[in-house]
Design a protein around this ligand. Structure first.
Ligand SMILES: Nc1ncnc2c1ncn2[C@@H]1O[C@H](COP(=O)(O)OP(=O)(O)O)[C@@H](O)[C@H]1O
Ligand SMILES: [Mg+2]
Length: 240
């Protein structure tokens, strides 16, 4: 995954520069061309370049090459923001439930990236429930995961659960790979969870999934809490 990240990051970075040129020129053409048919072509170019640029950003997030903001992020506020957007993206057959039980929920990091990560998880949950179901966000405090043992400190766990179709072992093993998707082309890019993986790693967190076919899925993101007097955590994050 590390090597893949480096390779992807290098390509995505160059790619992004080329896309900026394409987007800029298409935009200029769009404004200067008189012929509606030609203007429409410029639109097609600009839209395709825009979608590619979105993909490259996700690739850069996976590769941990996108700049990381450093602020105090309130996880509960973030979840409320995500659910207010979600209400417009899911139909009435999906109920959204919040159980924000963590008594502390501040972490250090990039609110926009964490927001995207939670939104990606929620949109996958939506896609897994085409006939409706229940999407639940749960937060609770937890101990540091085994890989971080010794680091002490409290962690907050965010669980995004759905009652959808779940997934088998084959899918579960490849979930976080960039461009891995089981959705028809045009529906899925396979970059959502790759970006989630990059974002969570960048925040010194871990992401895990439990799921089986027909039994729904639960994605768990665990992040180290920003304690009131925890300055070292800030420095850790800012070193990148
Ligand atoms: N909540 C979920 N329930 C079932 N399958 C899921 C869920 N989340 C992700 N997946 C599987 O993981 C794959 C990769 O997800 P992702 O990286 O977000 O890409 P995409 O959504 O574009 O396919 C999906 O195509 C799907 O097979
Ligand atoms: Mg997705």
């Amino acid at each position: 995954m590390e090597a893949l990240g480096q390779l992807a990051g290098g390509i995505a970075h160059d790619f992004n520069n080329h896309l900026t040129a394409i987007l800029g020129c298409a935009d200029m053409l769009r404004h200067r061309l008189q012929d509606p048919a030609l203007r429409e072509m410029a639109d097609v170019i600009a839209n395709a370049a825009g979608r590619s640029s979105e993909l490259t950003h996700q690739l850069l997030t996976f590769a941990r090459k996108s700049p990381l903001g450093r602020t105090e992020v309130d996880v509960h506020e973030l979840i409320l923001e995500v659910t207010s957007i979600l209400k417009r993206l899911v139909d009435g057959r999906i109920a959204i439930q919040l159980r924000l039980d963590a008594p502390a929920c501040r972490v250090a990091g990039d609110a926009a990236q964490l927001h995207n990560a939670l939104l990606n998880l929620a949109i996958n949950a939506r896609d897994a429930m085409p006939d409706g179901g229940l999407l639940t966000f749960v937060t609770e405090l937890c101990a540091a995961p085994a890989s971080e043992e010794g680091s002490g400190g409290r962690w907050v766990r965010i669980r995004v659960e759905d009652t959808g179709g779940g997934m088998g072992e084959e899918t579960r093993k490849r979930l976080f790979e960039p461009f891995f998707t089981t959705k028809p082309s045009g529906r899925g890019t396979g970059m959502g969870l790759a970006a989630v993986y990059g974002t969570v790693a960048r925040h010194r967190g871990i992401v895990q999934v439990s799921s089986s076919p027909g039994a729904g899925s639960a994605f768990v993101v665990a992040l180290p809490l920003l304690e009131p007097d925890d300055l070292s955590r800030w420095q850790d994050v800012s070193r990148e």
